[in-house]
Design a protein around this ligand. Sequence first.
Ligand SMILES: Cc1cc2nc3c(=O)[nH]c(=O)nc-3n(C[C@H](O)[C@H](O)[C@H](O)COP(=O)(O)OP(=O)(O)OC[C@H]3O[C@@H](n4cnc5c(N)ncnc54)[C@H](O)[C@@H]3O)c2cc1C
Length: 435
Amino acid sequence: MTVSTQRSLIHSAEETMMPTLSRRQFLQTLGLGAGLCVAPNLVRAATTRQHVIVVGGGFAGATAAKYLRLWSNNSIDVTLIEANANYYSPILSNLVLNGQRSLSQLAFSYTALSQQYGVRVIYSSVTQVDGNNHTVSLSNQQALSYDRLILAPGIEFLPITGLDSNIIPHAWKSGAQIQQLQQQLAALVAGGTVVMSIPPKPYRCPPGPYERACVIADFLKRNKPGAKLIVLDANASILVEPEIFGNAFNNTYAGIVQYIPNAPVQEVNSNTKVAMTPMGEFKGDVMNIIPPQRANSIIHSAGLANDATKQWAMVNPLSYESTAMAGIHVIGDAQATGQPKAGHIANSEAKVCADAILRLLTGAQPYSAPVTNSACYSPISSNTASWLTAVYAYDPNTKTMQSIPAAFGASSAASTKNYSKMFDWSTNLFADTFA
Ligand SMILES: Cc1cc2nc3c(=O)[nH]c(=O)nc-3n(C[C@H](O)[C@H](O)[C@H](O)COP(=O)(O)OP(=O)(O)OC[C@H]3O[C@@H](n4cnc5c(N)ncnc54)[C@H](O)[C@@H]3O)c2cc1C
């Protein structure tokens, strides 16, 4: 695949806003059309119905469940096990904080997956995975067996001494937590101080915390004269889009934002609302502490957190099959391929994984040159946004996904045009995942 084709991929995600693709169209977009005629026929030739279980109905798991049914022509059984009946998108959730979106606009059900695509949806939590016997146990006492298992459970937070996230929300999984933070900001006293923290990388959505700082500052600027926002960054500098976010902190929100790098939160007093860091202690009237992150607990209890830090799951990027346990695939934020922990690329990984599983179920091998792409839009104010895109391709020498430098793209400035395109992009991503 040439670089210019990669560029057209970015173009396609931005301009055509990622329409729902058939498997053939998807692989043709990636330049993979040639191998395509084989797998669906082989799937049809199978004598017994195969069963794939997907755990977690976020951007990764919901996409995988949908496309496994779609691309197999409904010839395999797919069960999605999800803890909650409604999914609240973290994408765009910062806009709840400055009143540009309501939580209900970010809520998605699994009705289309079940009724339109025939995915069997079970609302329960997987409590145990037995990779040797190919079974999962559920909190509702059910046990199910699988031919292939996809784990897409997202993240969990590492503890910070004294932090009670029921009092000081992280608001990093959307839903009730983002609503709680929005209510706390709305009730901020005149001239009050907000303290928020940015965790050390890797964490969910690299630009997300900087975007949040801008959105909170926008809210304070418009609604809370004299209020301040202290941003405690565990990292040494702004990790992504440094010019755009730096400009926002120093100019757009001058006098409001105080950005402090090298300030990991080591301890919190949740009652007095004080955060302790190597750069000093910071007290807020409202606090938003986003703790360090790792793969969700089911990855750990299943023995799949085998990267160098023992926090994330190593996988073969051709199929997303775990390197610790055959037959189990890990996609989305929980995986450790070095690709960003983000929803757009989780959707992309899910399609590569679904295609690989359909091939593996027939005894064929996964496609040998997968390509994924990522896109993040960041609201900078109530009517401007920036964006960032990247394309990753499989490198057979290192057996890893590598970013293609020439295909990297970023906006030069925040603009109202980007702000409006952000909703086109997210509407298509949401539809491709849940509708
Ligand atoms: C403020 C913010 C802005 C963002 N903006 C962008 C953006 O612009 N672009 C972008 O690409 N990404 C963005 N992201 C990141 C994106 O939201 C995440 O990367 C994405 O949600 C990850 O998808 P996932 O499916 O891996 O995990 P999740 O979305 O967390 O889904 C995991 C699901 O698994 C379920 N689950 C967990 N454990 C179990 C279990 N044991 N049994 C059953 N179910 C279980 C959970 O209930 C959950 O529904 C943003 C994130 C935030 C916080």
